[in-house]
Every structure is written in C-alpha cells, then in structure tokens.
Write a new protein. Structure first.
Length: 213
C-alpha cells in the first residue's frame, strides 16, 4: 500500500556521499565567476551571495562561507538541496527550456530509477489528487506555478529558473483509474543526472502536497 509519509524520506545517497558530492560541487563552483554563473542560471548575484529562485522562495549561497540559506527564514538549506543547487549552477550555460517535455525514463539511466521515481511522484499524485485534480492546481498557485491547459489539471513548477517540472493529472472514471505524469523539459539533463532529477521530482511533489493542504 502506498505510504504518503514515505515521500518525505526520499531515497538519497548515504551521508558520506552527500559530503563528498557537496565538496566536489563547491570545488568546481569556486573556480568559476559567481556573477557569470548567476546570469547564466537565471539567478542573482547580490553582495557576496548567489540567490537562486526555487518555487515560491529563494535560496542564497554565500560564496565566501559556502552557507546555503533559505531567504524566507534564514534557515540552512538541507544538504541535498545544496547539492542540487551546485549541480544546477555549475552546469548552467544560459540554455533556456524549450518547452518540449520528456518522461523521466527517456533520459539517460532514467529507466534504472523509474520504479522508485514513479512510486514517489506519480503514485503520490494519483493518491492525493486523483479524485480532485483542482486541489493540485490550488497548491501550485501557492508555489508560483504556471497553470497549463492539458489533462484534467496540469501545472508547471519552476524548480529552478531554467529547470521546470510539469505535473499532469487525469481523473478516473468507471472504465479507467486516475493517472498522472511528472515530466521534465528536454534540457533537464544539461543540468542534472537521472539521480538528481529523481530527487528534484519527488521533492517537487512533496512541496505540491504540502501547499495543497
């Protein structure tokens, strides 16, 4: 049986891998010009911080202290978020989304992670919003999401400025059960590996779930 609470404990790398990934990401970042990185990533460079829009908030990376903080609360961002931000910034080359969407499995190595990805994204959406897709739309509005005219309900979440995630819902009827899709722009793999996309997708769904309550 699907356990919605399970979504808040995503299948992320072990802690030692977190630390190593963070260290490597910061080493690459420190060799770059933070102002140029921010410009290419659709972020801002203010004072000594790169400020990255993320859904309905902003996350600041202080280039001197390497602290990642959520600007709304000044709380420290979780390490998995810090790693995603570094991968996003380090790979940003000014490429904008094309609007052409792809399933997770269509990206390199996506098929390896697809069962877990579906369990923590599509199945959650169906369980929570399958009978009331409009509730998903209400949640997306709180996250500054864009409402799309497809399916019975569809939203585009700006996970990062150049990395949107699209969620589409179809209501069930007497013949077919509810269905959902979680899609990425075809450019997503310029920023993220399949592992990164899996984490971003499931955490975007978690934020959508929280916002809809």
């Amino acid at each position: 049986m699907l356990n919605i609470k399970d979504l808040s404990h995503p299948e992320l790398p072990k802690q030692d891998n977190y630390e190593q990934a963070l260290k490597m990401g910061l080493e690459i970042f420190d060799r770059k010009d933070p102002g140029r990185i921010a410009e290419k990533a659709g972020a801002k460079f203010v004072g000594r911080s790169v400020i990255v829009p993320h859904l309905d908030r902003e996350i600041a990376l202080n280039v001197d202290t390497h602290r990642f903080s959520i600007k709304k609360t000044d709380e420290e961002a979780p390490i998995w978020m810090a790693i995603l931000i570094l991968h996003y910034l380090n790979n940003a080359e000014g490429r904008q989304p094309t609007g052409r969407l792809k399933h997770f499995r269509e990206f390199k190595d996506g098929h390896f992670y697809e069962p877990a990805f579906n369990r923590r994204t599509k199945e959650i959406l169906v369980s929570v919003f399958g009978n009331n897709p409009e509730v998903m739309v209400d949640g997306a509005k709180k996250l500054n999401g864009k409402i799309l005219q497809t399916g019975d309900a569809a939203v585009e979440l700006s996970y990062f400025p150049c990395l949107p995630i699209t969620c589409i819902m179809w209501k069930g009827d007497e013949d077919f059960p509810p269905e959902a899709s979680v899609l990425f722009d075809e450019t997503a793999d310029l920023f993220f590996s399949a592992e990164d996309m899996a984490v971003a997708g499931q955490m975007a769904v978690l934020e959508l779930l929280k916002a809809s309550r």
